[in-house]
Design a protein around this ligand. Structure first.
Ligand code: ATP
Length: 270
């Protein structure tokens, strides 16, 4: 019933090529999700259970959401996104109901990806049995344990704080596939700049100066590199509203404005 699917879920149009870099991770998550969908008989024959869940962890702005979306485009899966804090409503009891309903929706829309952004907000380390977040966590575990892996709902969760999620989530049969999505390396940054530059009208000196931009963006996230490109475009307009090309100087100026928010200490926690 594709009508229902369209109504309930978001069918994203992010292509793999819209994501600069992260080629290994793209391959890895494709395998985890595509193989069971394409070759379910092989899994049965060999007696192996596909992964139910993938946990993407790493600094903010490093393409986790984009990766989940591209996966859905590629495999034609409905995308149901839930932000951690959204689950907690003002009314006691409602949060657990929300969790149940989200899973129900995912089953109706199957094949689907149920994407929990900021899972650390939904499932922090347990505090004590009366806390509402403890009850939400238990509900979440019940839902995950309750369905069979082959029922075509894949759960993907993202977090910037992997150390603070409850360890019960990481047991086999739950989020048993962990993928670290770090800030991009030089090659990755180049690919992210290229994704952006492809859509922009830039002077030749920008291509010539690309190496310098790569030198100066060590430690920057994908989101921050996109921000630099946007800022460069605005700088060009600022110089002259009739400007037809964005120049290298616009990028240089953008660089001095957009600083990376990810510190060395932030990265060390992973
Ligand atoms: P958060 O943890 O804050 O939710 P995230 O890791 O999920 O962040 P995304 O939402 O995927 O990060 O990235 C934010 C935005 O940054 C994207 O919408 C996109 O515009 C840009 N971006 C991030 N990474 C890339 C990339 N590799 N290639 C192109 N654009 C990117």
């Amino acid at each position: 019933p594709s009508g229902i699917r369209d109504l309930l879920a978001d069918v994203p149009k992010v292509e793999w090529d819209d994501i600069g870099g992260y080629e290994d991770i793209k391959q890895e998550i494709r395998k985890v999700v595509e193989w069971p969908l394409k070759y379910p008989e092989q899994f049965k024959k060999l007696g192996i259970t596909p992964s139910k869940g993938i946990l993407l962890y790493g600094p903010p702005g490093c393409s986790k959401t984009l990766l989940a979306r591209a996966l859905c485009t590629q495999c034609n899966l409905a995308f149901i996104a839930v932000k951690g804090p959204e689950i907690f409503s003002k009314y006691v009891g409602d949060s657990e109901k929300t969790v149940r309903e989200i899973f129900k929706k995912a089953r109706i829309c199957a094949p689907s990806v149920l994407f929990f952004d900021e899972i650390d907000a939904i499932a922090p380390q347990r505090q004590g049995s009366t806390d509402v977040s403890d009850r939400v966590l238990i509900q979440l575990l019940t839902e995950i344990d309750g369905f069979e892996s082959l029922k075509n709902v894949i759960i993907i969760a993202a977090t910037n704080r992997p150390a603070s999620i409850d360890k019960a989530l990481l047991r086999p049969g739950r989020f048993d596939h962990l993928v670290f999505v770090d800030v991009p390396d030089r090659e990755g940054r180049k690919a992210i700049f290229e994704v952006n530059l492809k859509k922009m009208k830039v002077n030749d000196d920008v291509k010539q100066g690309l190496q310098l931009l790569l030198d100066k963006t060590m430690g920057y996230t994908g989101a921050e590199i996109c921000q630099i490109c946007r800022e460069a475009g605005l700088n060009a307009l600022n110089r002259n509203i009739q400007n037809e090309f964005i120049e290298f100087q616009d990028f240089e100026m953008a660089l001095s404005k957009v600083k990376s928010n990810i510190t060395h200490e932030d990265r060390m926690q992973f």
